[in-house]
Design a binder for this molecule. Structure first.
Ligand code: SF4
Length: 340
């Protein structure tokens, strides 16, 4: 029935007018209720369960300010709460997660076998990953991302990613193990003053990551903004113009996913070693109370999380392990963006 006819009928019959008003009011309340529920769901969470790292990257913004790690009953409880609150994807990060291979293995197994999450991923500097670990844990991991900022060993050393220029060797090794054991391989790069003019396109095509995340070097107050912190990233910053030049040089690559400083701020849900959410946006870094103490919803309210920016930066994509595509694939599929 056309809307005008429906209205005419409703106006001529007062009882129908009242029913229509009630129905519309109910639909509006339900719509806004769903929207607010959606924005409070931790769909994709980055759990930095350790701050300990064997590298000293000059721009690091999650530095070793504590050596704490939660006992297994606590992290299991925390991950369970997140799943109940709507988590679909979990990314383990550090520090360097592979400094604790047994803990990492237990976490991945719990996330897949017990929580049945859609996607489990790990971000690593690649130096401590072994073939044995991958072989034994492949079915619990969908994605492994390795961070590497240059294909020039001297540049990686100058940045602080290792001391002997071995970073690229590790990167290639992990890429081949991922291909062998059916895990999606991803690469992360931070664009800084030491690598912004490098052309990495041919190397990326040869490695064929399904996603190449490229970040603009970021200052985070309390982590890397001056000489009093563990890192001082000021000398490594790039101008917007240098960032643009790097992006234009690599923009033709299908797997290329750039993230400027503006896109990064507040578009990640970062959980630290105590299961507190961190806000690394503008100004001083802020920290929520632990989800173990106040629950997920309350802890999320204590930090900014911009769901729109999360979706805009491509935070939701084909994150399971079945779909294949990549920079080296001639028929690479476009990453599908889901709607919330
Ligand atoms: S690999 Fe570098 S950026 Fe990553 S945690 Fe270690 S020092 Fe920080």
């Amino acid at each position: 029935m056309a809307l005008s006819r429906l209205l005419e009928t409703a106006i001529s019959r007062p009882i129908l007018t009242t029913s229509l008003a009630i129905t519309l009011a109910y639909a509006s309340i339900k719509y806004y209720h769903q929207r607010s529920n959606d924005s409070s769901k931790p769909i994709s969470v980055n759990y930095h369960f350790t701050r300990h790292c064997n590298y000293q990257c000059g721009f690091c913004f999650h530095t070793e300010t504590s050596s704490r790690q939660l006992p297994s009953q606590d992290w299991q409880h925390g991950l369970h709460l997140l799943k109940q609150a709507g988590m679909l994807k979990l990314n383990f990060a550090g520090g360097e997660p592979f400094l604790y291979p047994k803990t990492l293995s237990a976490m991945c197994r719990y996330a897949k076998d017990v929580l049945n999450l859609e996607s489990v991923s790990i971000v690593s500097n690649g130096s401590k990953i072994t073939e044995r670990w991958i072989r034994e844990n492949a079915k619990y991991v969908d994605i492994i991302a390795v961070s590497c900022d240059s294909f020039n060993p001297e540049t990686n050393i100058a940045i602080g990613r290792g001391t002997s220029g071995e970073n690229v060797t590790f990167l290639r090794r992990v890429a081949s193990w991922c291909a062998q054991y059916g895990i999606k391989f991803k690469m992360n790069t931070v664009v800084c003053s030491l690598n912004w003019d490098e052309d990495m396109a041919n190397h990326i095509v040869a490695l064929a990551p399904f996603r190449w995340k490229v970040f603009q070097c970021l200052l985070v107050t309390g982590e890397n903004e001056n000489e009093e912190r563990k890192r001082d990233a000021r000398k490594l910053l790039v101008s917007d113009e240098q960032w643009k030049v790097f992006c234009e040089r690599h923009g033709h690559l299908e797997c290329f996913v750039p993230e400027s400083n503006e896109m990064m701020k507040s578009s990640y849900l970062i959980l630290d070693e105590d299961m507190c959410f961190l806000d690394k946006g503008d100004g001083e870094e802020t920290r929520s109370e632990s989800i173990l103490k106040v629950g997920v919803r309350e802890a999320m309210k204590q930090v900014r999380f911009d769901r729109e920016a999360f979706v805009k930066r491509g935070g939701v994509y084909e994150w399971g392990r079945e779909e294949e595509s990549g920079c080296g694939s001639e028929s690479g599929l476009l990453m599908e963006e889901l709607e919330f």
